[in-house]
Design a protein around this ligand. Structure first.
Ligand code: NAD
Length: 304
């Protein structure tokens, strides 16, 4: 769903509305699937410690589950900050073996004494609905994605909404983290774009952005991407979420200046954020269908 703004300014990619539509489609899908299979998808959400932001994220994810008909509360766990790694790995092993659980999500960041890689690798890749397990990252890199990282997957859905053919597009990603920049590069490459990944060692970010027909900003630095750098008509996806001292939430892109030049742009909040949660729901439904034997692993056609 898109909104037409005033002439000469970018069209807004309304992630909130698009995510709402996706959730309604998933709810309908679950309702029909339940009739045949007799059980709803199950998502276990594990929170370790009492990080305030993590508590909000976990609550939003559980609310989204309830809205679409994914069972989450029954399988979810809130553990104290001093939980041992061994205990957490034991819980993951139990959830891996529980046939009612289709997805397992361990909210990051974990307390410092727990190794996040060991935790991610302990999750059954078929239940890794965050798409962080090296198996799923490797599947995407090898052009045969299975469960895809939620934020880049959500960005691809937003790009789909523009109707723009991605083949041969010049795409520039700002940031190279495991959860956003890197899988985003693999998604765009898979879609046939020509991809540049910039990061903190990049010498001239402006020069890269000026050439970009697609910009994905994910550095976590407010105002890093200047509006004047944006190429006319570019698609700008702002993944960044930054809290300013005055309390406002902003992205990594100078929104007002960028929208004077871009063809499409996501707002913050209400752009990429809601899509991330919608794709977590989509991944859980996909894992459920795989576990019930509805579908085999996904394959993709016409790849570069
Ligand atoms: P991160 O800190 O792990 O990675 C940041 C990346 O930005 C690094 O690769 C770093 O090299 C790069 N970077 C730093 N300075 C740069 C510069 N000057 N030029 C180019 N690159 C630079 O962060 P992350 O976990 O990938 O998150 C990035 C942002 O996205 C944060 O604001 C985070 O809150 C947000 N985020 C949003 C969602 C969502 O659903 N909307 C999901 C995940 C992350």
């Amino acid at each position: 769903m898109v909104q037409q703004s005033a002439p000469m300014t970018a069209r807004i990619l309304d992630g909130k509305a698009i995510a709402g539509r996706l959730r309604r489609e998933l709810a309908e899908h679950i309702r029909r699937g339940m009739a045949g299979h007799g059980r709803a998808p199950g998502l276990a959400v594990i929170l370790v410690g009492d990080d305030a932001a993590s508590q909000v994220y976990v609550r939003n994810k559980k609310n989204a589950c309830a809205e679409v008909g994914i069972v989450s509360e029954d399988f979810s766990h809130t553990l104290p900050a001093d939980t041992s790694q061994q205990h957490l790995l034991g819980l993951i092993a139990e959830l891996n073996a529980d046939a009612r659980v289709d997805g397992i999500l361990v909210q990051m960041p974990l307390p410092a004494h727990i190794d996040p890689e060991a935790v991610i690798e302990a999750i059954d890749p078929g239940k890794d609905v965050d798409g962080f397990h090296p198996y799923n990252v490797g599947r995407l890199a090898a052009r045969a994605p299975r469960l895809r990282s939620c934020t880049p997957y959500g960005c691809m859905k937003l790009l789909e909404e523009t109707g723009v053919d991605l083949h041969g597009q010049e795409a520039v990603i700002v940031g190279a983290s495991n959860i956003v920049g890197r899988p985003m590069a693999m998604e765009l490459l898979l879609a046939g774009a020509t991809v540049t990944v910039t990061h903190k060692f990049t010498r001239d970010l402006a020069a890269h952005i000026r050439c970009a027909e697609i910009v994905v900003a994910a550095a976590g630095k407010p105002g890093l991407v200047k509006g004047e750098w944006i190429r006319d008509g570019a698609i700008v996806l702002d993944v960044g979420i930054n809290r300013l001292p005055d309390g406002r939430l902003v992205g990594d892109v100078e929104f007002e200046a960028a929208r004077q030049r871009a063809g499409w742009i996501t707002p913050v909040p209400g752009g990429v954020g809601p899509m991330t949660i919608a794709m977590l729901m989509a991944n859980t439904v996909q894992a459920w269908r795989e576990h019930l034997g509805d579908i085999a692993g996904e394959t993709t056609g016409d790849m570069p």
